[in-house]
Write a protein that binds this ligand. Structure first.
Ligand SMILES: Cc1ncc(COP(=O)(O)O)c(C=O)c1O
Length: 503
């Protein structure tokens, strides 16, 4: 049985005005908590001195109540040397066991939640999200991360906790980190920004949430790339907006098609540097069309630049924000791909006239970002480790990407077509033969292969089937074997679906 520290005092009903003596009230409360399962066997009980102090009563009734609970076998141990709930008592499964998410059996009456939350897809245990083996989407080469450096910086910041880093901080985040990010973005991504415009957030997901709260009202229309990033879609669903899926072709989001579908959308969400999932880079002419549309309709462009640190062909691509002369672009970036996702640090570059509103919304949401990792990350960047890490990882991922493309061309060219692939940590492939990508992904999961089905990235019906294949976590020498295993799953499934459809 899990023990909790004795200093945690359970909620005990003690009423000084009651005619029932205090010792009896304490005895009844403890016994009820044990019988209901709120206190489990082996769990530590506060000392009589601590409990008396916390309840503001004399120690005598506490001593009497404990003595009786010991006598009757509810408690064991000795007063003064640690008392615990008796380990011989059976646990009470009804209330102390894991609560069933469907029904606790004690709920009644109408249970109305918001319509919007009910519309969000359930975080189900889809088969292709369960593992950490070949082709998982966001898997990184974490064994290559300089954890020795990171833990040294972390230990230093923990030892040197300055008093002012323990207080509430500013909703925009830590000044040092914002300066470091602004310098990086101006140089590496051609973003036009000052530190005053950078808001630190807990990943792109929070950036999207804050941006949608600042920019959008319910029923506003929002263009989304089709196919696109499902987690961005969920943010705009939560905001109660109307989603307008706009097709993506070889040049990126089709602006003319968007105008035909809904000329006056309030905002557009795009990944111009590396479209998710198709991997397309938005052409210069489409970028200018999009900026011109946003300016002429008063719309906002939300640019998600989630992985362009990893570009393997040609010169780095400048951000769309850097081309914007009208302050229409909200630029979002993340450290999930360049460090590790659980660091939960990202950033938004906010147009100067919107900074106050972003601050107000942030304050209302979670007040400000936690300090410690921000300090460690700003040290990591300022001491040059970040830049070195990106350079090293770009070379490693480039090799892994080449190995995946070569293996697919060698072993799977008759079944799969490769799309994009000049950047990032995933490659998208489409099936050349008719089959259900969802069914194949479910089958592959049983073989410990994790394929993200392309069709679920479409809001409307999917015109093609395929997979988003993560390659970041697969060393070069293991790639041919992983592709070989993929071939086996595809062969088995494709033969079955061909037989079913009489081909
Ligand atoms: C399109 C896109 N944007 C952003 C992210 C990163 O999200 P976060 O910063 O919330 O971890 C991902 C991660 O896979 C992504 O695919």
């Amino acid at each position: 049985m899990r023990k909790v520290p004795s200093s945690i005092t359970p909620v005990l009903a003690v009423n000084r005005k009651s005619s029932t003596p205090i010792y009896r009230q304490l005895y009844d409360s403890f016994r009820d908590l044990i019988v209901q399962g709120s206190l489990g066997s082996g769990q530590q009980i506060p000392s009589t001195r601590t409990l008396a102090k916390e309840l503001g009563i004399s120690r005598f009734p506490v001593l009497n109540a404990y003595a009786q609970l010991l006598d009757e076998g509810y408690f064991e141990g000795h007063i003064g040397s640690g008392t615990v709930v008796s380990s011989s008592l059976p646990d009470q499964p009804a209330l102390s066991g894991p609560v069933s998410l469907r029904s606790t059996g004690i709920l009644s009456g109408p249970r109305r939640s918001s319509q919007i939350s009910a519309q969000l897809p359930k975080v189900e245990t889809v088969p292709w999200l369960q593992g950490r083996a070949p082709f998982v989407g966001s898997q990184l080469a974490l064994d290559q991360f300089p954890f020795n450096v990171w833990s040294r910086l972390l230990a230093f910041r923990c030892r040197k906790i300055l008093e002012n880093s323990l207080h509430y901080g500013h909703p925009m985040g830590l000044r040092d980190l914002r300066e470091a990010i602004a310098t990086y973005l101006r140089t590496a991504r051609a973003v036009r920004c000052q530190a005053e415009q950078i808001m630190i957030v807990s990943g792109s997901q929070q950036a999207l949430d804050i941006a949608s709260r600042v920019l959008l009202d319910r029923k506003d229309r929002v263009w989304l790339e089709e196919p696109g990033y499902t987690l961005a879609r969920h943010i705009f669903m939560m905001a109660g907006t109307r989603l307008v899926p706009v097709p993506v072709d070889q040049e990126g989001l089709d602006v003319a098609a968007g105008k035909k579908l809904c000329a006056r959308a309030k905002a557009v969400y795009v990944c111009p540097s590396h479209q998710y999932p198709l991997g397309v880079v938005m052409s210069a002419s489409r970028r200018l069309q999009l900026l011109h549309w946003a300016q002429s309709t008063g719309s906002w462009i939300i640019e998600d630049d989630y992985d362009s640190e990893y570009r393997y062909a040609g010169a780095p691509i400048a951000s769309l924000q850097g081309l914007d002369r009208y302050s229409r672009v909200i630029y979002i970036g993340t450290f999930s791909k360049v460090l590790f996702p659980s660091v939960r640090i990202g950033y938004v570059v906010v147009p100067p006239d919107l900074v106050e509103q972003f601050v107000a919304v942030r304050q209302a949401m979670d007040i400000f970002p936690s300090n410690l990792y921000q300090q460690v990350l700003s040290d990591f960047i300022n001491q040059g480790h970040f830049e070195r890490h990106i350079r090293r990882m770009r070379a490693i991922y480039h090799e892994r990407r080449n190995a995946l493309v070569a293996s697919i061309r060698k072993d799977l060219a008759d079944i799969l077509r490769v799309l994009g692939g000049d950047a990032g940590l995933h490659l998208t492939v489409t099936l050349k033969k008719p089959a259900s990508d969802v069914a194949i992904s479910a089958r592959a999961a049983l073989q410990n292969l994790w394929l993200w089905p392309l069709s679920i990235c479409y809001l409307g019906s999917a015109p093609r089937q395929g997979f988003v294949l993560g390659f970041g976590g697969i060393p070069v020498d293991q790639m041919p074997k992983a592709v070989h295993r993929l071939r086996a799953v595809l062969d088995e499934k494709l033969v079955k679906s061909a037989v079913r459809s009489g081909i």
